[in-house]
Design a protein around this ligand. Sequence first.
Ligand code: DGJ
Length: 728
Amino acid sequence: MSIRFDSEGKIFVIETANTEYAMKIEHDRFLTHLFYGKKGSEYPGKARYRSFSPYYQDIGEGFSLTDDYNEFAMFGSGDFRCTALKLRNSNGNCCTCFYYDSHEIITGREAIKGIPCARAQEGTETLVIHMVDNLTGCKLNLFYTVFPKHDIISRYFTLENNGTESVKIEKAMSICLDLPHHDFDMISLYGAHMEERNVQRTPVMIGNQRIMSRRGASSHQFNPFMALVSKNANETEGDVYAFNFVFSGNFLDEVEVDPNGATRVLIGLGEENFGYKLEAGESFSSPEAIMTYSADGLGRMSRNMHKFVRDAIVPRDPFKQRPVVLNTWEACYFDIDEKVLIDFGNEAIKYGMDMVVMDDGWFGKRLNDRAGLGDWYANPDRFPNGLADFVDRVKKSGIKFGIWIEPEMINPDSDLYRAHPDWCISCEGRERSLSRSQLLLDFANPEVVEYLKQSFKKTFDGVAIDYIKWDFNRHISEPGSPYLPADRQDEAIFRFYLGVYDLFNWFMETYPDVMIENCSGGGGRYDLAMMAVSTQIWTSDNTAARHRVHIQYGSLLAYPSYVMSCHVSNPMVLDDYMNLLDYKFKIAIAGMLGYELHILKMQDDVKNEIKKQIEFYRSVEQLIKYGDLYRLVSPFENKKGISSYYYVSTEESGEGYADRILLTHLQNEGARGENIVYNFKISEADSNATYKDSLTGKEYTGKQLNEGIEYVVSDKDMYGELWLFERV
Ligand code: DGJ
């Protein structure tokens, strides 16, 4: 049992393998927070009582929501910190007040209506706390789901309007967590298109600090992942509290330190660009947010997250091994036709690739990025005998076939737009702004989603597609829905995502053997909800080695190699082709390998080199996919873009723990005269074993690897090295 209730002390305790979470019912109605952290720790005392703190007459001055650690803080309640729920009632005010009513503990978990959520795992239980508001008649249900083996607890809430008047949710946060101290650093991931997931670590200040997206997408700019870490936290030591949000639209990660020195963390939909009206009889479910605690630094935190995503989030892997794809985009852009695709396929299979992916440009009048989105039929000029016939011909060589789509979008220059100009996201009376010459379809309107299902069905049924790359290339400005009434316009983006997930689910049900790769101009929706509806994600449009080192390192902080799609790409300096090919490959095999180059224009020695790369990748694929990641050198902590890490085999990778270890060292810039020496400590090597580096034949004892391999950084720029230690 991971969840228990002490009815005498009125204390709930939720336990995972290494962590403990506790809260208490006070004065029969308030839910206060007691502890989150290392299992078996002593709980800290109560917050210090201060003056200027509203209290309740029947309880007296000794208890105040102002100062206490609260489990789900509500606006206007006398808790003056940032709050988790703000509900406007029919009297016009937002004073939000729910009291504990009852609770239940259920085995497993319930699904969340319309929104992806984690799957129950071995030992999963859910605590549901029911709270009521007598004024509005609303019922608030707080859900705590525990994933004991993963050290993860997830939270979300549902709100049922059982009253007679409508109410409006004006702020909705899924996690509210009070920590009794504030000596933290905050780690977050920020970026831009082509520059995703830079790691930022800053001291938490007294006051309020937020990272968020108002872009209608989880975004390249800020990622929903966030961690609070003790000052001494590094890869192996220190306290780490990490959070993430299972949603792809707007989000808010809010941290507030009060002058008493306590820290509040809120993770959820936020309050800007979100609102939700509940008529009598209606209900609302918030997306799920997750949290983990590691007493052993950042490395353990990442491994908790990685395993959780692999086991509980990513839906399926239709193939035994991930296809090594050859994607047409960077090779051809819009200049595709049957011949080029068939030739790509015939050539790709000779060199060990498994799939050719036809990227943008195959449908409607899509000859450039100014037309065609919305018209999901194969361009008859490019495919005169239709898509099915063409795909059969591509696949004759034995290669698999993938295709690109961007369902949420529409170009004004499209048949669909001409037929339904009212089907676009927009705010009445305002100009609709374009981005990449496109608008968004109003996925809050079920008719739009239904139309797309029929349109894709007509085009894809009977076509032997193995893979879909699902793109999303603009953010949401003028966030309104012509379908929704005036008093529901704040719901447009949230409901847009209900439509998006509906379409994803339809694709997965209709084409169960097709693998979906997610993409949003690279990694612009690199979030847990997208991971729950696709097998992997295109990490970034930037495939330049210099940047990839950082982008992938940052991505791996919160998300596993298992979802990280990495291509070795075209633009390489010709006189240094082989070296860059080697470097890009060593970078790419931190995740799931693919290629994005013009195979027909390449010399045989280059293609033969690629064949060898794929053979090597296949020999370590399971180790990379299911292995545990240990980071040694961060490219964010040196100026040369030096990055070193290793994957250690686990039972899931089909071998014994630490039977094989793949160590990677990457350097964008060489030593250039400096004496830079690292000691790569392979702590996970079995100290009783002997290992042989199968790439050099050199033997090491496990103890030697534990103590570390001395590595002197060479002068070479854009250079990488691999070691594959195998238990002898
Ligand atoms: C953006 C994606 O990230 C690219 O890989 C490519 O698919 C283009 N869109 C196509 O328009």
